[in-house]
Structure formats: structure tokens, C-alpha cells
Design a protein around this ligand. Structure first.
Ligand code: NDP
Length: 286
């Protein structure tokens, strides 16, 4: 068997096309969707992500606002800036690029963003809504994973999903969204002994670890759906996932590549959430 490759670029392009039309309709109605991104300091990787988010916004006709603050900015100045954006009518989404310098509390920052503009889906109010199955902004990476499954018409209900990784931004919400769709979910992490005994039982395996190519063929059940969230560099400095693609592809039923898999979906779902926020404003106005 050779896995069908789930093409994140293609699925993203399709969703972005739909979003572009929605942006145009919203703009005509006087609500041009706007995303504000706050970048603190000069982390090169963060800057690359932010630039890519801005470009993607503009490409579908959205407003994109970049606020740059120095590495040593006082926490209160950042919180004040967020409060200002919370009350700004032309901004529908606020994103603070993580990680932040150690003197700033990520928790405080996330909790200062209005839940109605929290397009990253990290605010505890939105996480609570996600957990209780209410309509909300879903965290972009796991939301993107769910969209990929939907696009491929992969049934989730009744399947055994195994998530490797339990971070607040990827692993935990990925498991929750799969549970919401009636999968049976197992979480694995760095303290899980004999990881392969769990992963080999997965109908759907989500790897969100951050360790290059650690999921080899021995970790995968024949025909499994393998979703690789990892973004790592291999021994030659080449971008790679948590899954050893060469080994896994012949065994899996479906697989996402790195690059070109989950990565493009993450930004797409950020755009989706910002458009959703602008639509909420329109609906409340009408
Ligand atoms: P974190 O470092 O926050 O979490 C990693 C998780 O993996 C932790 O829960 C950790 O366990 C677990 N883990 C570490 N080592 C092992 C191991 N040997 N066996 C089993 N579990 C292990 O990372 P993130 O969740 O933020 O990101 C994960 C990966 O996804 C990274 O490569 C990141 O770059 C990528 N990423 C990709 C995105 C995209 O758009 N494609 C978006 C966000 C992230 P414990 O909790 O016990 O420490």
C-alpha cells in the first residue's frame, strides 16, 4: 500500500478562494476584515511567520496591521496596546506572535485579548467553548487538521485517534476536536512509556512533538491516517516533520507531507477565523 498524500497547499488554496469572496462581500458591506499582529523583539522565525501571515491577509483582500515592539518592552505597554486594539472597529482579529520574551506573561497577554477577537483561539473562554462543543474560534493548527480530514472525507466517528504531544496550542486541542467528532482519543507525551504500543493502535495518528522523523514505520498501523504537525530541520538542515515520510508513506493509508501539509492550513484557518469575526460584527449590526 502507498498512502494518499493529503495536499495542504491544494486544500488551503480552495479555502482561501472561498474566503476571498467572503472578504469582498464583507468589504462591500463596509466591514473589511482586519488582522492585527503584534511582534515583540526580533526573533527571526517569528518574523518569518508574521510576514507570511501578513502576505496571506493581503492576498485575499484583508487589512493587515503589524505592530512591532522592542524586545525589552514593558509588559504593561503591550497590554495597553492590546486593549487599544480590542476597541478598534477596523480590527477583527488580534494575534500576539509567540514566544514572548521571558519578562512578559503569555497568560496575561492571551487573557487581555478580547475573546471576540482571539482568532488564534488561545483565550481560556474560547478553549472552554471548544471543550463544551460551542461555536467559537478554534486553534488554527488543529482546526486545519480537521479541515484536511473533512476534505479527504475521512470518517472520524468511532475511530481511535492517538495524539503524540499535549501542548496547549496543538496536541490538546487536536485531541479535543477529534473527540468532539466522536473519535476515541489517546494522548501520548514525553512520559508515555513504550510509545509505539499506543501509536500502532491508531486509526488516526497525529504527531505534534517537534522531533525530526521520530515516527518511523514501526509506530504505524497498516492503512492509518498519519497527520504530521512537526516542523523540524533534519541533519542536512532541510525542513522535515515528526514522521519519517519515506518509511511511513508505504504503510499509511493517508499521510500529510512536510512541507506542504499542515503548515499552509494553519495560516488559512487564521484567515478563516478573522473573516468569521468580521461576519460576527456584521450579524450583530443587522
Ligand atoms: P511543544 O514543544 O509545546 O510540545 C511538544 C509535545 O511533545 C509535548 O507535549 C511533549 O511532552 C511531547 N514530546 C516531546 N518528546 C516526546 C517524546 N520523545 N515522545 C512523546 N512525546 C514527546 O511543541 P508544539 O506542540 O508547539 O509543536 C509541536 C511541533 O509542531 C513542533 O515541531 C512545531 O514546530 C510544530 N508546529 C507546527 C505548526 C504548523 O503550522 N505546522 C504549528 C505549531 C507547531 P511533554 O508535554 O511531556 O513535555
Amino acid at each position: 500500500m502507498t498512502a494518499k498524500i493529503i495536499d495542504g497547499k491544494e486544500i488551503s488554496a480552495k479555502i482561501r478562494k472561498e474566503l476571498e469572496q467572503e472578504v469582498s462581500a464583507l468589504t462591500e458591506a463596509g466591514i473589511k476584515p482586519g488582522l492585527a499582529v503584534i511582534l515583540v523583539g526580533n526573533n527571526q522565525a517569528s518574523r518569518t511567520y508574521v510576514t507570511s501571515k501578513q502576505k496571506s491577509c493581503k492576498a485575499i483582500g484583508m487589512k493587515s496591521l503589524l505592530i512591532e515592539l522592542p524586545e525589552d518592552v514593558e509588559e504593561q505597554i503591550l497590554l495597553n496596546k492590546i486593549a487599544e486594539l480590542n476597541s478598534q472597529n477596523d480590527i477583527h482579529g488580534i494575534l500576539v506572535q509567540l514566544p514572548l520574551p521571558p519578562h512578559i506573561s503569555e497568560e496575561k497577554v492571551i487573557e487581555t485579548i478580547s475573546p471576540s477577537k482571539d482568532v488564534d483561539g488561545f483565550h481560556p473562554v474560547n478553549i472552554g467553548k471548544m471543550m463544551t462543543g460551542q461555536d467559537t474560534f478554534l486553534p488554527c493548527t488543529p482546526f486545519g487538521v480537521m479541515q484536511m480530514l473533512k476534505h479527504e472525507q475521512i470518517a472520524v466517528a468511532g475511530k481511535h485517534a492517538v495524539i503524540v504531544g499535549r501542548s496547549n496550542i496543538v496536541g490538546k486541542p487536536a485531541g479535543q476536536l477529534l473527540l468532539n467528532e466522536n473519535a476515541t482519543v489517546t494522548y501520548c507525551h514525553s512520559k508515555t512509556p513504550d510509545l509505539a504500543t499506543f501509536t500502532k493502535k491508531a486509526d488516526i495518528l497525529v504527531a505534534a512533538v517537534g522531533r525530526a522523523k521520530m515516527i518511523t514505520a514501526d509506530y504505524i498501523k497498516d492503512g492509518a491516517v498519519v497527520i504530521d504537525v512537526g516542523m523540524n530541520r533534519d541533519e542536512n538542515g532541510k525542513l522535515c516533520g515528526d514522521v519519517d515520510f519515506e518509511q511511513a508513506a508505504p504503510k499509511a493509508g493517508f499521510i500529510t507531507p512536510v512541507p506542504g501539509g499542515v503548515g499552509p492550513m494553519t495560516i488559512t484557518m487564521l484567515l478563516y477565523n478573522t473573516v468569521k469575526s468580521a461576519k460576527n460584527v456584521l450579524n450583530n449590526r443587522n
